[in-house]
Design a protein around this ligand. Structure first.
Ligand SMILES: [Zn+2]
Length: 571
């Protein structure tokens, strides 16, 4: 017997003793595939018929039992039509790598209990923005060999709809989603969410290297990455202060790598005077105002450049309060159309006030906040088209000086978070999505609930808000009807086929890492979903590159995920 065969026999024999490794995991057991924080609640969900009522949590190392528990009674979930049983092992606080064993059902995917259990998820999902960089060569290095491309989209030109002609800058930025476009409106909420993650949770992030070209330059890597996109956003501002809506090709390219897409990146406007859009201009004003605060101590000149851009954008908005954008003739890339730019302007006022403390901006905020309060109580939280909540939150986080407004708004934020907590506790899958939330990008909505809850917690510390934010994270990382981790390359069972050109252009490989999938979409806005049989809303999802309305990726969803991870790390 050769030594290698002897070893193989020993390994098989050892595996048989504890039987931990031989059985394939069962998708009937749903849990967070990254895992759980030692002091947080820990619940897995089991969808299984029959009398089974016991479960154990076992060590991956040797199959030994670390916890023994009883499944809760099944609860019917109308959104999935699953009958769900909870396996609560919150009492297990010992750090380690584990799996669940449910007799008659099987074993789960592996997971960890550890204080740094979300560090890798944060690293992958924040570094995913580097993978989306435009205007430069990208290389994920030895960790992901071959995940690279040469510099892309270096040529820009003004489209006739912009009011200009000739070549334009095409400078940096992130590819928005599965396509290679850059859109100011979606960049707005994305960049702001990441800047806020730094403002609120910078202590958790300060020392984390994202392994990007700027790493080691003395500045935090999250800010290094954010600056890449901020530079592009600033380049989209015209001399009069207005901001063009987007920079894309006229039509979506095929599934080719970014550097193989030789189309010119066109600055696209509204096709009539004043050519720039109010929503894009409001978003730039808000984001640049945040950047002016965040970069003040790190790079004063850059902070000043941002503040000047924000003020100019604000002034333009006074003249042009509601110039909306629709795709001009011949342009079929993403529209990010928004008929109401009042909330973007309101948000800009709040951020400019928080940065400058000048009364003109606070006056605007105080005159308009009543229009925006309702947005806190919509079924879904903030979104790229609904920035009112961010305006309210930033006024409160910045210590608003009007006592009456602060009292009113703090109470509204608390009520809104309580509503979400109550609804989530009733949901058999324990997340915050209502049936109406299963829309294009529903996973981003789940992450946004997490963002809203962590902001509420910053204003009214309440462990229920943190636990419910974690529950939304658990949903995204595998505690869902598909037992699927919706962050690429994370966990033992993650989705495989994103609608993402760099992933699809090299078939047969795993997808690019750290990208959050769109998630179930009851509206079935692509041919793959339309072909599915009758299904309840939370099941209308396909891990299929062709399902752009359930399996695309997007920077705004990833930003909310990064915020959520940043906020729960180390709790
Ligand atoms: Zn590019």
């Amino acid at each position: 017997m050769s030594s290698s065969r002897f070893l193989a026999v020993v390994v098989v024999a050892l595996a048989a003793v504890g039987q931990p490794h031989s059985e394939p995991p069962s998708t009937a057991i749903k849990l967070d595939q990254a895992g759980y924080l030692p002091l947080a609640s820990k619940v897995a969900l089991v969808v299984a018929d029959g009398p089974v009522s016991e479960f154990t949590v076992r060590s991956v190392r040797d199959g030994s039992v670390a916890y023994h528990g009883t499944l809760a009674q099944p609860v019917a979930d109308p959104d999935t039509r699953d009958r769900v049983r909870a396996a609560d092992f919150s009492e297990l606080r010992t750090e380690g790598n584990y799996y669940l064993d449910v007799p008659g059902t099987g074993r789960s995917w592996n997971f960890a209990i550890a204080g740094d259990v979300y560090a890798h998820a944060y690293y992958l999902s924040a570094r995913a923005f580097y993978g989306q960089r435009c205007g430069t060569a990208v290389d994920l290095g030895l960790e992901f060999p071959g995940y690279r491309h040469d510099a892309c989209h270096l040529l820009g030109a003004y489209h006739s709809s912009s009011g200009r002609t000739g070549p334009s800058p095409s400078l940096r930025g992130w590819h928005d989603a599965g396509d290679y476009g850059r859109y100011v409106v979606n960049s707005g909420i994305t960049t702001a969410t990441l800047l806020w993650a730094w403002e609120l949770f910078g202590e958790n992030l300060r020392g984390i290297s994202l392994n990007i070209p700027e790493s080691g330059n003395g500045r935090p890597d999250l800010l290094n990455e954010i600056r890449w996109n901020l530079d592009w956003m600033l380049s989209m501002q015209d001399e009069d202060g207005g901001v063009w809506h987007k920079q894309t090709s006229e039509t979506f390219p095929p599934f080719i790598m970014p550097d193989a897409d030789k189309s010119i990146s066109l600055v696209i406007g509204t096709d009539h005077v004043p050519y720039k859009s109010s929503c894009a201009t409001g978003d730039l004003a808000a984001v640049a105002a945040i950047a002016a605060r965040v970069f003040r101590r790190l790079d004063r000149a850059y902070a000043n450049q941002n503040l000047q851009a924000a003020r100019k954008a604000w002034d333009w908005l006074r003249q042009n309060p509601n110039v909306t954008f629709r795709n001009p003739p011949g342009v079929t890339t993403g529209e990010y159309g928004d008929a109401d730019c009042r909330d973007e302007r309101f948000w800009a006022a709040a951020e400019l006030w928080r940065t400058t403390r000048e009364t003109v901006y606070e006056r605007y905020f105080l005159d308009h906040f009543r229009q925006q309060v309702g947005a806190l109580h919509q079924p879904r939280p903030e979104s790229w088209a609904s920035m009112g909540p961010m305006g309210i939150w930033t006024y409160l986080l910045g210590g608003g000086s009007n006592h009456a407004a602060v009292e009113t708004l703090r109470e509204e934020v608390r009520k809104s978070a309580d509503e979400v907590v109550v609804r989530s506790a009733r949901n058999p899958y324990r997340h915050s999505l209502a049936a109406v939330d299963y829309v294009w990008g529903s996973n981003g909505v789940a992450a946004d609930y997490g963002v809203a809850l962590l902001i509420a917690n910053a204003l009214h510390p309440d462990q229920r808000y943190v636990e419910t934010a974690l529950d939304n994270l658990h949903y995204l990382l595998g505690r869902n009807t598909f037992s699927l981790c919706w962050v690429s390359r994370l966990g033992d069972h993650s989705y495989q086929h994103p609608h993402h050109r760099p992933s699809g252009a090299q078939p047969g490989r795993q997808p690019w890492p750290g990208l959050l999938a769109g998630g179930p979409n009851r509206n079935r806005q692509d041919p793959v979903l339309k072909a599915l049989p009758d299904l309840p809303p939370a099941k209308v999802y396909a891990d299929d590159q062709g399902s752009y309305s359930s399996n695309e990726v997007a920077i705004n969803w990833n930003a909310s995920l990064v915020f959520l991870l940043a906020g729960v790390m180390g709790r």
